[in-house]
Design a protein around this ligand. Structure first.
Ligand SMILES: [Cu+2]
Length: 175
């Protein structure tokens, strides 16, 4: 029979090398745990976690109002929107596009509201590698101050179906 009850004195306190490795692993766990709050406040690319509940239909309405009020052009059939600095900016994710194209000014601060109309998408800003989850039902607000000009691509990094690889958007930053 392979099933046996261990002896009463089965426990042997770790010693020597085993003790050292357990200690190192524990110390590393503590360092990583402390890094979470540290990076939250000191990491320049991290969101402060500002998020609000929003029904997808309500978010779509805000996006449409924002686009109607600030559109300045078109890029491959997608509206290019240039909001005044310091204002609320909206970015909508849905299968399989980012809407609209945002045109922002360098060194100006914007409150960028990001949400999804259907399912989970991933906001990934290239080439900076900023990454955020985009979740239907939640308005995730990023306080964003672009520090360099140029065209930045937004790709979806959360698999969202057959057109996932086509889901690319754009943020244009001007001087
Ligand atoms: Cu997606």
């Amino acid at each position: 029979m392979s099933h046996q009850i261990p002896a009463d004195d089965w426990f042997k306190a770790p010693s020597g090398g085993e003790r050292l490795w357990i200690g190192l692993a524990l110390a590393w766990c503590l360092i990583l745990t402390l890094m979470m709050p540290y990076w939250h406040f000191k990491g320049k690319q991290n969101s402060t976690g500002e998020a609000y509940r929003v029904a997808p239909a309500d978010f779509a309405e805000r996006v449409n109002r924002f686009v109607a009020a600030n559109t300045v052009g078109e890029d491959k059939g997608v509206a290019v929107v240039a909001p005044p600095p310091g204002t609320d900016v909206y970015l909508q994710a849905q299968m399989w596009r980012w809407y609209p194209v945002l045109k922002l000014k360098r060194n100006q601060t914007y409150r960028v509201h990001i949400s999804s109309l259907d399912l989970n998408h991933g906001f990934s800003l290239q080439p900076l590698n900023m990454n955020f989850q985009v979740i239907p039902g939640y308005d995730h607000v990023l306080t964003l101050t672009p520090t360099s000009s140029g065209d930045f691509s937004i790709i979806c990094n959360e698999f969202c179906g057959i057109g996932h690889h086509l889901m690319a958007g754009k943020i244009i930053v001007e001087d």
